[in-house]
Write a new protein. Structure first.
Length: 350
């Protein structure tokens, strides 16, 4: 099976397993795990922040980020198809009591004008107590639902400046920030610079089995540690997990451009197939989103799975494929052949 469902399906390499087995560990709740402490320091350094906290998942990292910047009833501005909105179980409402105002982006990217419009203009004729107070602006880079979109640095800075004008805290969901950097040549530190807090994942793309981190200023991360414990994220001898993330940062991160290259190869191959709609120019990183032009995506995905290619349908026509370190050039070529072989029967006229 050529598994293109996600870059979270990778298996630890022998070198990573050896690093995990050899990890020096302690009780992380007491701040005594050497590998966790090293990973937090390394992540903060890479992102240009004062501190970082290691947590089990990217969802927890994002939700802690929301909680430390807001109080119940506050307003957070988030692009409408972002992971925080679509894939975190309504956590912002359930955990932090936050109202989400979705912004309308183009493949996940919105503008400073849209931030201004969402915040609105106060006027003495309008009571200030009617609307939830805007407190937080979130950006996702790369943007999963947008097809792995990498934010242009200039656009991102303009949006962040708009947020600052309105007194908003800034949070970056950089679960795949590593791929944004590999695809664009912009360092993770440059992408992270305008934001108060940054979430990064070690289990997406980098190949670690578990783990994410939230980075930011020292006081914010001290507050984040409180909510890590409250949300059930306190771990004991977590160094075996932190060691996998450290190994991935040093040994897997330099090779992420290969995922981007293979995603382009897949996209260009798909563009030649009748029954597939995709513009390879829209594929920025390791995520390839395309449409079937007739029939239905669920039936197409099932036919591909039967032929040996595992992808995720989204809606009536959309399909997602994600390239990762366990996929080779030969796998991409074979996937294209198998997709082409099932197209005639998988996508008949609707």
């Amino acid at each position: 099976m050529i598994d293109l469902r996600s870059d979270t399906v990778t298996k630890p390499t022998p070198g990573m397993r050896a690093a995990m087995a050899a990890a020096d560990v302690g009780d992380d709740v007491y701040g005594e795990d050497p590998a966790v402490n090293e990973l937090e320091a390394r992540t903060a350094q890479l992102l240009g922040k004062e501190d970082a906290v290691f947590v089990p998942t990217g969802t927890m990292s994002n939700q802690i980020g929301i909680r430390i910047h807001t109080e119940p009833g506050d307003l957070a501005l988030v692009e409408g198809t972002a992971h925080i909105v679509a894939n975190e179980g309504g956590g912002a409402a359930a955990i932090s009591g936050v109202t989400i105002r979705p912004l309308r982006g183009v493949r996940g990217v919105f503008t400073a004008d849209e931030v201004d419009a969402a915040v609105g203009v106060s006027h003495p004729f309008k009571p200030t107590t009617l609307s939830p107070p805007p407190r937080l602006l979130c950006v996702e880079n790369t943007h999963n639902a947008g097809g792995g979109t990498v934010w242009p640095l200039e656009s991102m800075h303009a949006v962040c400046q708009a947020g600052r004008r309105h007194g908003l805290a800034l949070h970056l969901d950089g679960a795949r920030l590593w791929h944004a950097s590999a695809a664009s040549g912009v360092t993770e530190r440059e992408f992270a610079e305008p934001f108060d807090t940054v979430n990064v994942c070690f289990s997406k793309g980098l190949g670690a089995p578990v783990g994410s981190a939230l980075a930011g200023g020292r006081a914010l991360i001290a507050r984040a540690r409180r909510f890590k414990q409250q949300f059930g994220g306190g771990m004991r001898q977590a160094g075996v997990l932190a060691a996998s993330a450290l190994y991935a940062l040093e040994n897997h991160r330099p090779h992420l451009a290969e995922d981007v290259r293979r995603a382009q190869t897949l996209a260009k191959g798909l563009a030649t197939l009748e029954g597939i709609d995709i513009d390879p120019a829209d594929v920025h990183s390791n995520i390839v989103r395309f449409s079937v032009t007739s029939g239905r995506a669920p039936a197409f995905a099932e036919a591909c799975h039967a032929a040996g290619v595992h992808m995720i349908p989204g809606g009536a026509r959309g399909v997602r494929a994600v390239l990762h370190r366990d996929i080779s050039d030969e796998d991409v070529a074979r996937a294209l052949d198998q997709i082409a072989s099932v197209l005639p029967q998988a996508v008949p006229s609707a």
